[in-house]
Design a binder for this molecule. Sequence first.
Ligand code: PBG
Length: 342
Amino acid sequence: NTHTRTLSPGHRSVDEITGSRRMRRMRKADWSRRLVQENRLTVDDLIWPIFVIEGTNRREEIAAMPGVYRMSLDLAVKEAEGAARLGIPAIATFPNVEMSLRDQTGSHILDPDNIINKASRAIKAAVPEIGIITDAALDPFTSHGHDGILRDGIIVNDETVAQVAAAAVGQAAAGADIIAPSDMMDGRIGAIRQALDANGFQDVAIMSYATKFASAFYGPYREAVGTAGLLKGDKKTYYIDHANSDEAVREAEQDLAEGADMLMVKPGLPYLDIIRRLKDEFRVPTFAYQVSGEYAMIRAAAANGWIDGERAMLESLLAFKRAGCDGILTYFAPQVAALLRG
Ligand code: PBG
């Protein structure tokens, strides 16, 4: 290989510049690349978000999320069984609630028989081995699509927190293993922890959407849960400004002090720097949510033949591991689990 040794006549050789180190030695063969690989994606890293609706044998594809469906509970239970067979550790449920049940305060979230609680009971009964994560946020239940109680144009913090904490207790009673509040109200983690403990749910964990940024990447999700047409204004008065990083660390610190067991960063790929900072700073289980818009981007580019969708999917998920994630919420979960299991 002497012809690669000299950069060009009259210049110093590569060895003169680098000493004897040659980074390509370990890259030259598949076996040596596997041997030195630092991070790995496994099925154990996956959390699958699913959308549930009333009815039976109903499956509606979400236009901006090809391959992702709103499903009635009979089908959702089957999918959860399939996910468990693939070894996916947990699923996260999100509802599309009938418009007639949505109101100003999202009161239907407290109904023990709302679709999320029914989903938890049905999945728990059929697939006890899979973890169930529920979102205690109000947005799928409010008539305005915001994550809080809206009064005179303001999202009222403390009243929302009380509602979210009560919702969390109802979700725990229905069988949720992890409560993951995504509303970003101040003080919600402490209130949820207290409410869970006071009601005998000491063992139900909290995954805080600690650093949830005001983002354009949530678009397809809002179509999925039916808030896209309702939402007026934006969520900048409660989600974090995506220009900020120190603020994200302070938010995570606060949520841990209030009792969060796990942290989540959302969206995912544009926020790998935040994941790394939180992991280095707090050393607690840290998750990323590869959100609907990220899924849509990969699928859209792949559908156009502009990128290799499968490789982009795997690369994006491994990037989360490299950044410090313990796991990833991803709509790709069943697809990637099937792939990883060969
Ligand atoms: C709101 C909520 C959002 C998502 C889940 N719950 C964001 C929003 O609508 O503002 C986004 C999930 C995704 O985009 O995949 N509590």
